[in-house]
Design a protein around this ligand. Structure first.
Ligand code: SF4
Length: 240
């Protein structure tokens, strides 16, 4: 794996497209992949990365519990940009054993149960794809949640031992919408119905004006602990 000087890179002022161009060039397109959940942020990055390299890797974790509208948007995006997602799914045995034992909605029972569901439906498939790359690109933004306030553009993901690149980490939600509209990028019409962050259907709801962007995700939990496990383990101090 080619070593990156994170401190130097984070002190440079690159725009998001330049960050993506740089990292594709540095790592090679087969060694880095964009994680897409079909959010507005990921749609922006999908547009950018495919403009730079139409063969760039973009993956989707199919938890089996997404909104139908998410699958519809996936289809529309594939047709618009003429590409295919790499799709990763949970292991059958994990789902069969857990749901047989605890029922289909066990994730509402406790934080531990919810984390177990995210572990088998999201984190384990994610580990499989991240085992094939030296870095991943994410659409995280600092103002999305209290857990994301310290994120930087170039990071070392300690949990996965690869680099993590957040090209739009300093963008506001308004910046994202401006880009979506300027480039006629397809997006989920759930956003027109009060949704501001979209994940699995049973764990996502619309939010009220003025509420935190991520308050509709696992709304029954403490906001300081609301991560699904996909974005834990990034050590901001490592390699700085
Ligand atoms: Fe399970 Fe909800 Fe996590 Fe999706 S978001 S994996 S349904 S707990």
């Amino acid at each position: 794996m080619r070593e990156l000087d994170l401190k130097a890179l984070n002190s440079e002022k690159k725009n998001a497209a330049d960050v993506i161009s740089y990292i594709l060039e540095m790592m090679g397109p087969s060694n880095i992949a964009l994680a897409s959940s079909l959010s507005i942020e990921d749609q922006v990055l999908t547009h950018m990365i495919l403009n730079i390299n139409p063969k760039a890797r973009i993956f989707f974790i199919d938890t089996g519990r997404h909104f139908q509208k998410t699958y519809d948007l996936m289809e529309e995006t594939m047709q618009s940009y003429k590409f295919n997602y790499e799709v990763y799914a949970p292991e059958n045995g994990d789902i069969e054993e857990t749901v047989s034992r605890l029922g289909p909605n066990f994730f509402y029972d406790s934080v531990d149960s919810r984390k177990r569901c995210c572990e088998i439906r999201k984190v384990k498939p994610l580990k499989r794809v991240l085992g094939t790359v030296d870095g991943w690109i994410c659409g995280l933004r600092r103002d999305q949640s209290p857990t994301r306030q310290d994120m930087k553009v170039f990071e070392w993901d300690n949990g996965n031992s690869i680099y993590k690149i957040n090209p739009i980490v300093f963008w506001s939600e308004e910046d994202v919408w401006e880009y979506i509209k300027a480039h006629s990028i397809p997006y989920s019409n759930l956003y027109r119905n009060g949704f501001r962050s979209i994940g699995c259907q049973p764990c996502t709801r619309a939010v009220q004006p003025g509420e935190d962007v991520r308050s509709g995700r696992w709304w029954w939990e403490d906001p300081d602990k609301k991560e699904c496990g996909l974005h834990l383990g990034t050590a901001h101090s490592i390699k700085y």
